[in-house]
Structure formats: structure tokens, C-alpha cells
Design a protein around this ligand. Structure first.
Ligand code: HEM
Length: 371
């Protein structure tokens, strides 16, 4: 009987061969290791999911936006009709448009959540000042998406919110007149306005967001995650984990939860257009998208009445607030990150959030009253 045993050699499958071929040329394994083996100081947290969720929402906005562009016509005489066509005639068009609409709301909510998290965790402090600054630019882009997208359906709501928004922008010293004329492209909102808003919404802002998000992540990887704001160096080191698998799973759960929320809102609260845009508001009260409502309500206060008051409330105050946020990492040089030992930061955050909430609710109540 032959007792010699032949060593068994398993042949690589076709897929393994293709992967090995690509890996040799692209360095897939190194890339995978670089992406997934990032240490997360102190271990994974639900609080860290918002950045990845924001990236996911943006990708979905790009996908749904491209699908909408197959039908949408960005001209003053066809924008409204083509949007109605998407809602009423295209298969699942109503869902697609409503998803895109609620997706923008989700992006604003998540950007506030992400900003709040990094602020409360003191993650803007040295050496993460540039991540914070690029983040602020991303915040401006997210708001810009909301502002430019609002005009595209070309109904009364779109037309008048944009008219009011551009009038407010006009009040900015030095640049205001130029910006308002550039955006409007004429005396009253018309074809040029729609063309410019469309190009900014589908070309300029997505390109800027992709570039800046890349820079944001590059800087983030360079500095490494800030990690928890409490605990000794030894405790944090002991709990430190890799990005894969725990943090990735948390991120995926966050993405799925947000996706389901957007789908539910799109399904139960689908988008409804008003009448087609006309230069006569009739009995329609112009109102911006909900995330600008607090500013709109602020401008109704007596102190902000008149030309100078409007400039103060609409431009000077928000401008000063953004300038303060930009200067924050350079003013606050204290390395202490524990939010419970930073009373000014904690109180400041509560006051800002409560004011936004109160003014938004007041604007909604005011709207009910006007209707
Ligand atoms: C479209 C908007 C944004 C996207 C897609 C985005 C994405 C991300 C991602 C993926 C991370 C890494 C992991 C995490 O902590 O989530 C991150 C970290 C960070 N982001 Fe953003 N971000 C955005 C906006 C902002 C804004 C508005 C700010 C603040 C003004 C900001 C400040 C930061 C900071 C300071 C970190 C480092 C956090 C740490 O080290 O723990 N980001 N961002």
C-alpha cells in the first residue's frame, strides 16, 4: 500500500486571480489596510457616525439629483411643467423628488449634529484647526445647496423665497450688490436666475463639496481622530480599537437609519408644488426653507426693522457669528477638551441651539396664524 501523501495545492479561483492582478497594479490590500486599520482612540462611538452619514447622504443626493435631471428642464417656461411631469407621470418620480427634498433636510440636520459633536468634544482644537475651517466651508456649501435647490421647481414658494433671499444678500456691504445682480441676472428673477441657480446647484456646489470633503478627510487622517474628551491616556489606549469592524458597523447602522427616515418622510409627506411662479405674490406669504426660518423670524423683531436693522439682523449678526466660529480654534488655545470643564462653550452651545429652536417654532406658529 502506498503511504506517501501528495501535498494538496489549491488552485486560486478566477475571482482571486483577478483580484491578485488588480492588487499588483493598484495596491488594493495596502489601500484596504490604510482605510480600515485606522485606530479609533478610546474605541468606537455612536457620536462619531455623523461625518460618514453626511457622506452617504451626499452620495444619495447626487444619485437622485442625476436621475431627476433626466426629466427636469431648467428653463423658466418648462421648469414647473417638467417638475409636475416628474411628480405625476414618471414612474416613482414623486418618490424620487420627495427623497431628494427630504435628503436635503437630513443633510442640514446631520451637519448640525456633526458640528455640535466636534464642538462639544473640543475636536476643533490644535492640531485640528484646519479640519474645522474646511468643515465651516462645507457647512456653507450645504446651506448653499438648500438655497439654490429651492428655486428649481419654479413655483410661487420657490420664486418668492429666492426673491426675498437675494434681496437680503443685496444688503451685504461691498459684495452684496454684485452678488445679488450676479445671481438674479436681471431686474426680476427669470431665466438667467434659474440658469445660474441650476448651474451652481448641479455643478459648482457638488464639485466644491467633493474637493473640500476630500481635503477634510485628508486633514482628518493626518491629525487622527480626537477621541473621547474624558479619561486618562492609559484608559483611552486600553480601549483603542480599529475603524473596522466596530466603528464601520455603527456608521452603517447610522446610514441605514437615516435612509429609512428619508424614505418614510418621502412616502408619507411627498412634495406638493404651489402655483407656477409669477411676479405677483397674490396672497402668498414668502417664506424660506425651514432651516432658514429662524433667521426670517429674527428679522421680524422690532430691533431689526428698517434698512439698517435688516442689514444688522440678516448680514452683520450671522456674519459675525460665522467669523467667531472660524476664529474659535485660534482664540480657544486651552488644550482642555472635557465639555464639563468648558462652561462657556457648553452654555454658548445651549444658547445658540435653544435660540434657533425657539425662533424656528415661532416662525411656524406665525405661519399658521397668517394662513
Ligand atoms: C458635508 C459636510 C461634512 C462632511 C461630509 C464631513 C465629514 C467628516 C468625516 C467623515 C469625518 C471623520 C469622522 C467623524 O468624526 O465623523 C469628519 C471629522 C471632522 N469634521 Fe467633518 N464633515 C462635514 C462638515 C463639518 C463641519 C460643518 C465641521 C465644523 C465646522 C466639521 C468638523 C470636523 C472636525 C473638527 C472633525 C474631526 C473630528 C475628530 O477628530 O474627532 N465637519 N468630518
Amino acid at each position: 500500500m502506498d503511504t506517501t501523501t501528495q501535498p494538496t495545492t489549491t488552485q486560486p479561483s478566477a475571482i482571486e486571480k483577478v483580484l491578485a492582478f488588480v492588487d499588483e497594479r493598484v495596491g488594493l490590500k495596502t489601500l484596504q489596510a490604510k482605510m480600515l486599520n485606522e485606530p479609533v482612540p478610546g474605541g468606537s462611538r455612536w457620536a462619531y457616525v455623523f461625518g460618514s452619514v453626511l457622506l452617504f447622504i451626499f452620495i444619495m443626493q447626487a444619485v437622485t439629483g442625476i436621475l431627476l435631471m433626466f426629466y427636469y428642464v431648467p428653463t423658466a417656461d418648462h421648469a414647473y411643467a417638467s417638475t409636475q411631469y416628474i411628480i405625476h407621470s414618471v414612474d416613482y418620480g414623486w418618490f424620487l423628488l420627495s427623497y431628494h427634498f427630504w435628503g436635503s433636510t437630513a443633510m442640514v440636520v446631520c451637519v448640525f449634529a456633526h458640528m455640535s459633536q466636534v464642538f462639544l468634544w473640543g475636536a476643533y482644537k490644535k492640531p485640528r484647526e484646519l479640519i474645522w475651517l474646511v468643515g465651516l466651508a462645507l457647512f456653507g456649501i450645504v446651506m448653499g445647496f438648500g438655497f439654490t435647490g429651492y428655486l428649481l421647481p419654479w413655483d410661487q414658494r420657490a420664486y418668492w423665497a429666492t426673491t426675498v433671499g437675494v434681496e437680503i444678500m443685496d444688503k451685504t456691504p461691498l459684495l452684496g450688490d454684485f452678488m445679488a445682480r450676479f445671481l438674479k441676472g436681471g431686474a426680476t428673477p427669470g431665466q438667467m436666475t434659474l440658469s445660474r441657480f441650476f448651474v451652481i446647484h448641479v455643478m459648482v456646489l457638488p464639485a466644491a463639496l467633493m474637493g473640500l470633503a476630500g481635503l477634510h478627510l485628508f486633514l482628518f487622517r493626518k491629525a487622527g481622530p480626537a477621541g473621547p474628551f474624558r479619561g486618562s491616556v492609559e484608559e483611552i489606549k486600553a480601549k483603542t480599537d480599529y475603524f473596522f469592524p466596530r466603528q464601520i458597523w455603527k456608521d452603517i447602522v447610522g446610514m441605514v437609519a437615516v435612509f429609512l427616515c428619508i424614505c418614510s418622510l418621502a412616502f408619507w409627506e411627498p412634495i406638493v408644488l404651489l402655483e407656477e411662479a409669477t411676479p405677483d405674490p397674490g396672497d402668498y406669504h414668502p417664506e424660506p426653507e425651514w432651516y432658514f426660518l429662524f433667521l426670517f423670524q429674527l428679522l421680524r423683531l422690532k430691533v431689526f426693522a428698517g434698512e439698517f436693522g435688516q442689514f444688522l439682523g440678516a448680514i452683520a449678526l450671522p456674519g459675525a457669528f460665522m467669523a467667531l466660529l472660524a476664529a474659535l480654534p485660534f482664540i480657544d488655545r486651552d488644550p482642555e477638551r472635557n465639555i464639563f470643564k468648558r462652561p462657556i462653550a457648553l452654555i454658548g452651545w445651549i444658547v445658540v441651539m435653544a435660540s434657533i429652536l425657539i425662533f424656528t417654532v415661532a416662525a411656524i406658529i406665525n405661519r399658521e396664524f397668517l394662513e
